[in-house]
Ligand binder design. Structure first.
Ligand code: FAD
Length: 106
């Protein structure tokens, strides 16, 4: 079976980076594509119990895809729910660009 920790780190890197480079002002078609992507992702993420939790969370917190900012914040909050469940530190969502796009300020 997959290494759930390694898979998780790699997947969060991909998801947060994708959100960081999502358009500031996405077209309607891009918004629909991102919704479809996230829904498909939650069906096939290869950690069954993780995917099940994610689908459950997405029912009460549907993806926000109307802007880069909204998507990044939504994903950060979803990741924080997982962090909380695993007893990990909560991440400061005002730091997502610094972590996933711009790097630390000098
Ligand atoms: P990770 O949580 O993998 O985080 C990687 C890096 O992201 C951190 O070092 C930090 O720099 C940054 N980061 C942390 N929090 C945030 C945030 N909120 N926003 C932006 N950046 C952040 N594991 C389980 O055991 N059970 C589960 O149910 C489970 N569900 C998961 C669901 C999904 C969708 C994913 C992608 C992973 C899931 N995992 C689950 C794996 C788990 O979340 C971690 O990836 C894994 O435990 C490794 O943790 P880590 O401490 O290396 O950091």
């Amino acid at each position: 079976p997959p290494d759930v920790e390694q898979l998780g780190r790699s997947t969060w890197t991909f998801l947060h980076t994708m959100a960081a480079y999502y358009p500031e002002v996405p077209s309607y078609a891009q918004q629909r594509s991102m919704k479809t992507f996230l829904s498909t992702f939650s069906q096939f993420y290869p950690c069954d119990h993780c995917a099940e939790h994610l689908r459950e969370e997405m029912k009460s917190k549907p993806p926000k895809v109307e802007s880069r900012w909204a998507l990044g914040k939504w994903l950060c909050e979803i990741h924080n729910i997982v962090n909380e469940n695993l007893g990990k530190d909560i991440f400061d969502c005002s730091k997502i660009d610094e972590r996933w796009k711009d790097g630390p300020k000098d």
